[in-house]
Design a protein. Structure first.
Length: 319
């Protein structure tokens, strides 16, 4: 499964690492860890980070991060472009032209909706891309250090919801236990990720929650974040992170939905389920993707119309 990495290390190939749009803990943590891994094996590498990094993940910034595609050298062709945690081409965290900057594409992902769009596809439905990279490093007999542990730990701990979600396995917990052996400061990492939210973000969450609407015997919770709210509270859309999970965590709610108004008529939908609804199946109806308990899609319609459509589809799956 990881032969391609042996080839990269043996030839000291050059790699461009690309996370997905609206980066989260898994894609940022795994980019950080993979980049350190390449540094230590003397492989030229950059991380292309063409999007805002949420402030709680800024500790994963690295000096080889390229913050805009415009800065890429037109005359340089990477041996490999490595796309992390991204199920389809249109979710890659940069314009599609970025793929012409590499000779071959490696996709590393754990979404069951993955489209296998790389020349090499390492797709394993385990907790996180961080855990896949952990397995790769174990396979290559790599001795973990604290820096790499910080990245992989961030991936696993965020994507498993701090070991609360169904993707938490003995293997994922064992991986973290082994990473702890490096002695990295996990308390500091947890403070960075979980106890470091901007006040404006907390206010956005509280407003979204207080306007929550319930459907189908209170089993479906739907919330919205509009452009008006963002302007008024001085927030960016990535500050809506965590709201949909708060809806799911309400007693009796099976599915929580967050409607993110990117533009009037362009709504990003985040879906979370608690125990039995497969939300990836609903997101696929609109061309989106994701996991059984966490998925998303984009719908080109007005907020109220999208709310109606999603509520109806979920109602059919609950009755
Ligand atoms: Mn992930």
């Amino acid at each position: 499964m990881f032969k391609i990495f042996k080839t990269i290390l043996d030839h000291q190939n050059s790699c461009l690492i690309i996370p997905h749009q609206s980066p989260d803990g898994d894609c940022l943590g795994s980019s950080f860890a993979l980049s350190h891994f390449f540094d230590q094996n003397k492989c030229t590498n950059h991380i292309l980070m063409d999007d805002t990094i949420p402030t709680n993940y800024l500790f994963l910034e690295k000096e080889n991060m390229i913050r805009s595609m415009d800065v890429l050298d037109n005359n340089f062709m990477y041996d490999y472009i490595i796309i992390l945690d991204t199920s389809s081409k249109d979710r890659v965290g940069a314009l599609p032209e970025v793929l012409t900057y590499g000779k071959q594409i490696i996709v590393i992902d754990h979404h069951k909706t993955n489209a296998y769009f790389g020349d090499h596809n390492i797709v394993d439905m385990i907790s996180s891309v961080g855990e896949i990279l952990y397995n790769m490093m174990i396979d290559l007999n790599y001795a973990f250090d604290a820096e790499i542990a910080i990245g992989l730990y961030t991936s696993i701990i965020t994507d498993t919801g701090e070991f609360r979600y169904s993707n938490t396995t003995p293997e994922a917990i064992r991986a973290v236990a082994n990473l702890f052996e490096t002695g990295f400061d996990f308390e500091q990492v947890n403070r960075n990720i979980f106890s470091n939210q901007p006040l404006s973000k907390v206010k956005l969450k509280s407003e979204a929650l207080s306007n929550l609407k319930l459907y189908h015997n209170n089993q479906v919770a739907i919330m919205s974040v509009t452009q008006e709210m963002l302007n008024r509270l001085k927030c960016e859309m990535f500050h809506s992170d965590g709201i949909v999970e708060a809806g799911r965590d309400i007693e009796g709610v099976e599915v929580s939905v967050l409607l993110k108004e990117m533009n009037p008529g362009n709504i990003k939908v985040s879906l979370r389920s608690k125990s039995f609804v497969d939300v990836s199946e609903v997101s696929l109806i609109f061309g989106g993707g994701g996991h059984v308990r966490a998925a998303g899609c984009t719908v080109n319609d007005h907020l109220n119309a999208v709310e109606e459509k999603i509520a109806k589809l979920l109602g059919e799956r609950l009755s």
